[in-house]
Design a protein around this ligand. Sequence first.
Ligand SMILES: Nc1nc2c(ncn2[C@@H]2O[C@H](COP(=O)(O)OP(=O)(O)OP(=O)(O)O)[C@@H](O)[C@H]2O)c(=O)[nH]1
Ligand SMILES: [Mg+2]
Length: 231
Amino acid sequence: MHQTFDAALEINLLHANQEGADHNREHFDRWGITCLNVMSSPGAGKTVLLERTLAALSKEFKIAVIEGDMTTELDAERLRKYDVPVIAINTGRSCHLDSKMVAGGIHQLAHQYNPSQLDLILVENVGNLVCPAEFEVGEHAKVALLSVTEGEDKPLKYPVMFQEADCLLIAKVDLAPYLEIDLERIEANVRQINPHVTIIPISAKTGEGLEAWLAWVQSQVRAKRSLALNH
Ligand SMILES: Nc1nc2c(ncn2[C@@H]2O[C@H](COP(=O)(O)OP(=O)(O)OP(=O)(O)O)[C@@H](O)[C@H]2O)c(=O)[nH]1
Ligand SMILES: [Mg+2]
């Protein structure tokens, strides 16, 4: 009995979240903005990746960040050094951002900046390999990071994140020589869950794979722009 009630509650919750996500995406589309939702376990390297991305692309594109953390503005402060608008959202006890929180972030952003001048919004989700993948926030694509330190089996044990990802970054590959880890096995496990996902091994430390990642981001923003021009 309890289970049926819980399942119904969860369906309602996800349904309400999805409506909010669709609404956020309509705003982004109207403004011609591409939104990427960046997700991973705690510490896999999301903020360092965003730092590298802002350093490389913030001249070419007008970028803003929505930074989700349970507590603190530590990551937001790191990213503000790149001179882009960063909206910090503290989720409290919640292990993920939801579409309502991101709608709040969009309103804060729109108060301070003209959103139609933005090209790209990068959302850094709360560090968690499960919940963020269940709650869309209005993104156009999902980016998941899996650090080599997490083990080859994670795509099989936590499949939702890997099923949902449009781009999967195998992070911290500079550490692979020091670990007993098989990079090909990670890729094979990811492909088993999601055969067509774009997979890019990267190291924010050595720069390996960053060019391919930046090219992927550029292609997302340019595709959105040409779609907006044709409407
Ligand atoms: N060796 C190595 N270390 C890295 C790399 N990327 C990130 N790190 C380190 O990993 C740690 C965590 O990086 P963050 O970028 O803060 O990770 P995060 O995913 O944003 O963490 P949360 O926001 O807390 O979930 C830091 O000490 C980084 O310096 C990498 O490519 N190679
Ligand atoms: Mg972070």
